[in-house]
Design a protein around this ligand. Structure first.
Ligand code: KG4
Ligand code: ZN
Length: 353
């Protein structure tokens, strides 16, 4: 059997991305191209992603991004085994642009369409980069999502815990905004934190020690806001110290909640995970990575974190998830509808507030 070559298209948020990935019959992946066109400049005057601007920008550049991905991979549409696109969850205008383009290509090239859940793509990336086997414990941390999941197979996800309010990336972005740091905030807060004193402020660590592996982050965010208001006008050192204190609290929260997640994983699945996998944009944070590295060793497992360019939104993860689905015979009809909301676990044990 030959390698499966899949084109992947990502347009659910503020990156327009396309990539070609190969999957060998043994399940090994190889990225042949990975083109990402960021819209950060278009959105930065507004301090966040504006859905209408995002959708229009995807329309303008997607054709070029796909052409570039195909050219860099050195393949034609006839070489592809399938065309995959993120069909949600995300900003619906952008999702429509990517999915409709994928359908048109699938129809014209007579290739199957694979509709990929954007979160599933984040969840499966560690199998492309690190060859992780099922089942594993996944910490999914992006701008919109903060969840702990048991990944049992392609298409089989059990949500163990979730955030009761803000997502971790969202908390980073909001803290950055209140400190007048540029958008997107996560990387800026991390940069500032490196020059700050994490001990100066004693910020709360919400839900620490709680059994259920859920998160709550709005109290921490509010504590930073109150301290910033009290100190205003802020010196450069104040900003750095606030970021350091916030990030230190976040690191403690993440470590404690993942520990709780590992315990629940073992209870529900009857054995431990093959790995602790971190996915989503926040996985780019060095302090969080370092802590999870130690924690994984503590838990008797290993940490798998894709490189930063594959943690934030990209086309390779969509192509790879498409290839994983295709290898199992999972394709989709051209009548498939895009979805703004699309949980990985449709019937989770509910988060207890
Ligand atoms: O997965 P992603 O690229 O987009 C979504 O699907 O949401 O995640 C973006 C999020 C943003 O909230 C951003 O601030 C955060 O990831 N992020 C970080 C870092 N880099 C990106 N948060 C903390 N530290 C970072 N170094
Ligand atoms: Zn994402």
């Amino acid at each position: 059997m030959a390698d499966l070559l899949v084109l992947g298209i990502e347009t659910t948020c503020d990156e327009t991305a396309a990539a070609v990935v190969a999957r060998s019959p043994s399940g090994a992946g190889d990225i042949r191209s990975n083109v990402i066109r960021s819209q950060i400049e278009a959105h930065s005057p507004y301090g966040g992603v504006v859905p209408e601007i995002a959708a229009r920008a995807h329309v303008e550049v997607l054709d070029h991004v796909i052409a570039q991905a195909m050219e860099e991979a050195g393949v034609g549409f006839n070489d592809l085994a399938a065309i995959a696109a993120a069909a949600g969850p995300g900003l619906i205008g952008g999702v429509i642009v990517g999915l409709t383009t994928a359908k048109a290509l699938a129809l014209a090239a007579r290739r199957p369409l694979v509709a990929v859940n954007h979160l599933e793509a984040h969840a499966l990336t560690a199998r492309l980069t690190d060859g992780v086997a099922f089942p594993y414990l996944l910490l999914l941390v992006s701008g919109g999502h903060t969840q702990l999941l048991a990944v049992e197979d392609v298409g089989r996800y059990r949500r163990l815990g979730t955030t009761l309010d803000d997502a971790i990336g969202e908390a980073f972005d909001k803290v950055a905004k209140m400190l007048s740091l540029p958008y997107p905030g996560g990387p800026e807060v991390e940069k500032q934190a490196a020059a700050g004193d994490p001990q100066r402020f004693a910020f709360p660590r919400p839900l620490l020690g709680r059994r259920e592996p859920d998160f709550s982050l709005s109290g921490l965010k509010t504590a930073v806001r109150l301290e910033a208001d009290r100190l205003a006008p802020l010196s450069d050192q104040d900003v750095a110290d606030l970021c350091a204190g916030f990030q230190a609290a976040m690191v403690d929260v993440v470590a404690d909640r993942v520990r709780a997640g590992a315990r629940v994983f073992r209870e529900r699945l009857g054995s431990g995970p093959t790995a602790l996998v971190v996915a989503g944009g926040v996985a780019a944070n060095g302090a969080i990575r370092d802590t999870l590295h130690k924690l994984a060793a503590d838990l008797g497992t290993r940490l798998a974190v894709p490189p930063p360019v594959l943690c934030t939104d990209n086309g390779a993860m969509i192509a790879w998830a498409g290839a994983e689905r295709l290898a199992r015979g999972l394709t989709d009809p051209l009548s498939l509808s895009p979805r703004a909301r699309w949980p990985l676990d449709p019937a989770p044990a509910t988060a207890r507030a």
